[in-house]
Write a protein that binds this ligand. Structure first.
Ligand SMILES: C[S@@+](CC[C@H](N)C(=O)[O-])C[C@H]1O[C@@H](n2cnc3c(N)ncnc32)[C@H](O)[C@@H]1O
Length: 219
């Protein structure tokens, strides 16, 4: 029998799932080998179909995800938008850091990965859509204090990166921040010529491959 959305069993499951994330943040990232394996398989399947759009051989490691989440401010009630969430490694770290699910909107282009994200985080707003059209899902009236991006900017077409940067720029509050990781360890971020200024860079060497985390604000 099909369970109704919003039914009591569904609500109970969602509540339990959220409580587990809060009291035992690393339960999924450290212990659930099955989840990590199925996440890698889902990413590889997507990689075979859309290599340039995935641009990663493995989901983000817990170290990278935690370093990204640690950069996001907690002292605001404004929205946080995560784009290119993939298998949800960074999403998990954001929730474990204490970001309320009601403050988080997750955007992912792949229908298959969105299905996985919705299964993993049934209490979150997961939007299947293109980051080049962000404003369709996050209204300009919504105050966005942080955008967290796992998008592979180096392998996406220039025109797509320009369109995405313009949408992020329009949505982000004046004092908002953008977190973007890249496997390009050196050099400027493409976002630095698209209206953003980088104010900090750090490196996570334990990720495969090692990644640089750029913190940017509006120029
Ligand atoms: C590097 S992977 C994500 C890694 C993620 N942190 C993880 O651990 O699974 C990049 C993701 O961006 C998504 N993506 C690429 N272009 C996109 C776009 N224009 N809009 C939204 N998502 C996009 C891909 O489908 C992919 O899931």
């Amino acid at each position: 029998m099909q369970e109704k959305s919003g039914s009591k069993p569904e609500m109970a499951r969602n509540l339990l799932s959220y409580a587990l994330t809060v009291v035992w943040p690393n339960a999924f990232t450290r212990l659930d080998v099955r989840l990590r394996l199925s996440s890698a398989l889902a990413l590889w399947r997507e990689l075979l179909r859309h290599p340039a759009s995935v641009g990663a051989v493995l989901p983000s490691s817990p170290w990278l995800a935690q370093a990204i989440a640690a950069a996001v401010p907690l002292d605001s009630q404004a929205l946080i938008v995560e784009i290119g969430a993939g298998t949800g490694a960074v999403t998990q770290a954001l929730l474990a850091r204490g970001i309320a699910p009601s403050r988080l909107i997750v955007v992912e282009r792949s229908a298959k990965l969105c299905k996985l994200l919705r299964r993993r985080f049934p209490y979150l707003t997961v939007v299947q859509g293109d980051a080049a059209e962000l404003i369709r899902w996050v209204g300009p009236q919504d105050a966005v204090c942080a955008i967290v991006s796992s998008l592979p900017l180096r392998s996406l077409p220039d025109a797509t990166v320009t369109a995405i940067a313009a949408q992020m720029h329009e949505l982000l509050a004046t004092d908002g921040m953008l977190v973007q990781f890249t496997y390009g360890w050196l050099g400027a971020s493409p976002l630095q010529t698209l209206g953003f200024e980088r104010y900090k860079a750090s490196w996570e060497w334990r990720n495969i491959p090692p990644a640089r985390i750029d913190l940017l604000c509006k120029a």
